[in-house]
Structures are given as structure tokens and as C-alpha cells.
Ligand binder design. Structure first.
Ligand code: EZ4
Ligand code: CO
Length: 412
């Protein structure tokens, strides 16, 4: 099996996606997701200019060797651009190998360890009535676990609220699909940690009073606190029995999590912006977290994330793979095959893609009783409709950023 061609396809149906498409001499086509939200074209260049020329003529069956060749051979290691590019190659090769074997990918990865993947959706609202409507709508859609984000009194526009009244050009538009906004410049949001810390526990109290104790609830703090602030939040949320508190600190500094862990029994999830096992080493070995948030797309593909998750398994730490809409249907399929096969699966984030995206990427996953399943087609089970993709050219878009009331830039 020789890689005969490699194309990098950029398409923007509801948002931008970068897809690597490998074709073998026998005509098998493998897909890999290389989408890096707000920095898409840097991965396109990394792939087109530096990786594609190395792939043509290579043996498509040599997945691990190709991974090591791209990681060690590039000399400059790690980083989101490099690891997204390597991930795309890795997933496309797994797709090809599973098609060649005539099996859905999860079979090659060891077979199913469960019937389906518990998935959580994003409920949000500027205030409690809007949030409750959103929770009810998620329950109606079959979700059995729900992430809760709300507005904070005094703040105009913050992360995770679909109905944020942002912002020049987009005023009043919902952003259910995701936080990145199309436009020439990033949108500015606002932040006040003290106001947030006062408000969030009251929200969870209200949600538990309305929806009862059983439903798993999650919350994303999106990297915005100091260790001691995060410890305080974890402690104040303990009565509401969260499934997890996500990204409570900006964890480039892994040691910070020791302080949080020492003060709270609220389970901790972290790592959607991490890209190798080295970002997790202290967190896993010292058991400072409960869930690994990495996506296949941003962590060097199935080959590398599987190693991270096996390491985590030795410490009773589970998967909680990132699954926002900026993970393409190809990246989501890869996550589902990996999640179905590993033993230490925890939960899968699941935001629905839009109709245009579904028309570009033909998918075979199923959603039943709150569980995702990747389906049983050989390979990943996703086909890219290249003609449809071509009708949606790249549109510049950025993630927002935060400023405090005095104008200081803050972690978003
Ligand atoms: O902000 O995917 O848990 N989910 C998240 C996401 C991220 C975006 C960034 O591209 O934190 O909404
Ligand atoms: Co997050």
C-alpha cells in the first residue's frame, strides 16, 4: 500500500475545517482532521509545504514509523500546529488500514469495550430561565449528561453562552455552533473572576433544585483562575456533585493543580489545549486530575492519544475527549473509535455540527439513548464530498479574547 497522493482540503461550511486526504495506489482514501481553531492556515502550510512531500511514495501500512518519522524527523517537536498536522496523517493512515482490513477502526484498536459512548452536550443561557430552557432542550435531544454555562451579572459577553449579545456585526446572533466568529479581528469579551466565583454556585444550586440530583453536570472554567481561586470554586461546587470542573487554571504550569487538588474533591478535567504526553506527566503521575481532555485532532492522532490514555489508566484517570464543533466530523469519528475501544473511557463531549457541515462530511455514527457509536463501516466511516467542500471557501475567523474592566488582557 503506497501513498500516491495527499491533498489538504480547506472548507468552511458552518466554520473552517482542514482535512488531509490520502489516496493509496490501490485507491483507498483515508481522511485526517487537522483543524486548529483560529489558526487553520498555519497547519495547512505545515502539511502542504513540509509534510505532504514526505508522504508521497511511503508505505501506507507503516503508521507508527510514519508518526516517529514526522515527530522525531522534524527536529522541532510538539506544539499545536505540529501535533495537529501529525494527527491528521496518523488518523488518515488508521482509516486506510481499517478499510484495507475491512473493519471499522475500533475493531483494529482492540474491539468494543462498551455498547456506546456516554456524551455530554452544552446547555447555556444568559440567565436561569434561558439556561433551564436549554437544559430541557438537551434532555429532549436525548443527552444524559449536560455542561452548564451561564452569564454572570455585570458581564456583557462571556465564554460558552450561545445567545451572547455579541458583538459588532454579529449582534444578537447565537453561536451554538461555537465561539469562533468570522471577521477581520477577534471579538472582545469581558471578565471578572470575583463576580464569577460569587455567581456560579448559585447557578448549580438552582439547576440541581430544578432538575434533581441524578443528571451528571459539567462546567468549563476555561483557564481563567489562579490556583487558589480554582480551589475555592471547586470547594464551593462540592454540594452540587459535578461530574467535572474543566480547565480551572491555565495548566502550562502543571504544578498549579496540586493546590487545587489539595482543597477540593470536585473531579478535575484538563487538557484540550495540550498536545503531547509531556503536558500531562505531572498531572497523571501525581493523580492531580480525573479526566484527560485531549482530542485526537490536537494530540498527535490516535497513536499518541492512545499512549497518553494508557498511561492515565494506570492511575484510574479516564478519557474526556474534547468534542466541540471545531473538531471536524473526521476528528469526531476518530474519537469515537478510540473511545469505544479503550477500557478507561469516561465521557465524550458532543456538539452537533450544522447541516452544511453534515452535507460536506457524510458520516455513519449513531446517537441513541444518550450514547454515541461510530458505526460499522470499514475505516472511520466518514466520506468527504470534495465537490460540496469546494463550494465553501475558507473564511477568516478568530476565537474571542478577554479583557478585565480596567482593560487588562485576561486568559480567555
Ligand atoms: O473553547 O473548542 O470545552 N470546550 C471548549 C471549546 C473551546 C474551543 C476552542 O477552539 O472549551 O469551546
Ligand atoms: Co473546554
Amino acid at each position: 500500500m503506497i501513498i500516491e497522493s495527499a491533498e489538504v482540503i480547506v472548507t468552511s461550511p458552518d466554520r473552517n475545517f482542514v482535512t488531509l486526504r490520502l489516496t493509496t495506489d490501490e485507491g483507498l482514501v483515508g481522511l485526517g482532521d487537522a483543524t486548529l481553531n483560529g489558526r487553520e492556515l498555519s497547519v495547512v502550510s505545515y502539511l502542504r509545504d513540509h509534510v505532504v512531500p514526505l508522504l508521497i511514495g511511503r508505505d501506507a501500512s507503516r503508521i507508527e514509523d510514519t508518526w516517529q518519522y514526522l515527530y522525531r524527523g522534524g527536529y522541532w517537536r510538539r506544539g499545536p500546529v505540529t501535533m495537529a498536522a501529525i494527527a491528521a496523517v496518523d488518523v488518515a493512515l488508521w482509516d486506510i488500514k481499517a478499510q484495507a482490513a475491512g473493519m471499522p477502526l475500533y475493531q483494529l484498536l482492540g474491539g468494543a469495550s462498551r455498547d456506546g459512548l456516554l456524551a455530554y452536550g452544552h446547555a447555556s443561557g444568559r440567565d436561569l430561565p434561558e439556561l433551564f430552557d436549554s437544559v430541557r432542550s438537551h434532555l429532549d435531544q436525548g443527552f444524559r449528561a449536560i455542561r452548564i454555562q451561564t452569564g454572570v451579572p455585570g458581564l456583557e459577553s462571556i465564554y460558552g453562552i450561545a445567545s451572547n449579545k455579541t458583538l459588532e456585526g454579529n449582534a444578537g446572533k447565537r453561536y451554538d455552533h461555537e465561539p469562533a466568529q468570522r471577521g477581520e479581528l477577534p471579538v472582545q469579551e469581558d471578565w471578572d473572576t470575583r463576580a464569577y466565583l460569587r455567581h456560579v454556585p448559585t447557578v448549580f444550586e438552582a439547576v440541581r433544585a430544578e432538575f434533581g440530583p441524578e443528571i451528571p453536570l459539567l462546567h468549563d472554567a476555561h483557564h481563567r483562575m489562579t490556583p487558589i481561586q480554582a480551589a475555592k470554586l471547586g470547594k464551593s461546587l462540592e454540594p452540587y456533585d459535578l461530574f467535572w470542573l474543566e480547565d480551572c487554571t491555565p495548566a502550562e504550569n502543571q504544578d498549579a493543580l496540586r493546590w487545587v487538588r489539595a482543597h477540593t474533591t470536585t473531579p478535575l478535567a484538563i487538557g484540550e489545549v495540550f498536545n503531547t504526553v509531556w503536558d500531562y506527566r505531572t498531572l497523571i503521575q501525581e493523580q492531580l486530575i480525573d479526566y484527560v481532555r485531549s482530542a485526537v485532532t490536537h494530540t498527535g492522532g490516535i497513536s499518541h492519544l492512545k499512549k497518553i490514555l494508557e498511561f492515565a489508566a494506570q492511575y484510574q484517570i479516564k478519557s474526556g475527549m474534547h468534542g466541540p464543533t471545531d473538531i471536524s466530523p473526521v476528528g469526531m469519528a476518530a474519537a469515537m473509535h478510540l473511545g469505544l475501544s479503550i477500557h478507561n473511557f469516561g465521557i465524550q463531549e458532543y456538539m452537533r455540527h450544522g447541516e452544511k457541515t453534515d452535507s460536506v462530511f457524510e458520516q455513519s455514527f449513531t446517537w441513541n439513548g444518550g450514547l454515541l457509536h461510530p458505526g460499522d463501516q470499514p475505516g472511520l466511516g466518514v466520506t468527504l464530498n470534495v465537490d460540496a467542500a469546494g463550494t465553501y471557501p475558507y473564511v477568516k475567523a478568530y476565537l474571542p479574547y478577554n479583557r478585565l474592566a480596567d482593560g487588562t488582557v485576561h486568559d480567555w
